[in-house]
Design a protein around this ligand. Structure first.
Ligand SMILES: [Zn+2]
Ligand SMILES: [Zn+2]
Length: 227
């Protein structure tokens, strides 16, 4: 049986570029995801990155990640998040720690060979960087909100074991392991139109993850002593 006292800390950092309505949609995405990970506890809800003691740990890394045209190098950023959070990601959790870090910005992310990057996650380190810049100018607020929520749920899914790294059925290696079920939030979307289509479909279905990915998440939690 799952120990209800055992919480999984999710450290959410939103930098000062992120507007308020968008912060709310990010929080909704975290709530959507916590249906699948009941112990998930938002530790740093909507903290200001630059005004936060823990955030300062990342400051150098963030500076290293900046490009001349004002973008962030996603991989550099993940290294900064990983190095900065090592000491407290599993704070108070012992060996079974599953704490995760997610960083939200309005700056564009760049990844070599990738044309559009909404988010990038280092699965084993459980750190993720997400850009909401492409959603800021969408005509319809509801569409923008759905895209933000879908992006957050997708990257959290990566950090919590979906699809499992060793899964071969209904999974593909394409900038990380992705699910091939078109109705699953872990399905890769190469551009904004496809992302919106997927988000609309998933939220209409009400079930965000396919049964295989749900099983992968349950196994991830069980392996760390959460169930
Ligand atoms: Zn992905
Ligand atoms: Zn799936």
């Amino acid at each position: 049986m799952r120990d209800p006292a055992k919480k999984i800390p999710l450290y959410l950092f939103t930098d000062s570029t992120v507007p308020d309505d968008l912060r709310g949609w990010v929080a909704e995405g975290v709530r959507d995801f916590s249906r699948y990970v009941p112990g998930l506890t938002l530790v740093r809800k909507e903290t200001e990155f630059w005004n936060n003691d823990i955030g300062k740990v990342f400051e150098d890394g963030v500076r290293r990640s900046r490009t001349e045209d004002g973008k962030l190098l996603a991989k550099e950023m993940l290294t900064a998040l990983d190095e900065g959070s090592k000491g407290w990601k599993g704070m108070g959790q012992g060996a079974g720690a599953a704490g995760a870090v997610i960083y939200i910005t309005m700056k564009d992310l760049t990844v070599p060979k990738m044309t559009v990057c909404f988010g990038l996650t280092r699965v084993k380190a459980r750190v993720s960087v997400n850009s909401m810049s492409r959603f800021a100018n969408m005509k319809d607020m509801r569409s923008a909100a759905l895209c933000v929520r879908r992006t957050v749920v997708h990257e959290l899914g990566h950090m919590f074991g979906a699809p499992a790294p060793n899964r071969v059925i209904a999974a593909v290696e394409d900038f990380g392991k992705h699910c091939t079920d078109p109705d699953c939030v872990m399905c890769q979307t190469p551009n904004l139109d496809r992302l919106l289509e997927a988000a609309q479909r998933e939220y209409r279905n009400d079930e965000l993850f396919c049964s295989r990915c749900r099983r992968d998440i349950r196994r991830f939690l069980r392996d760390r002593g959460y169930r």
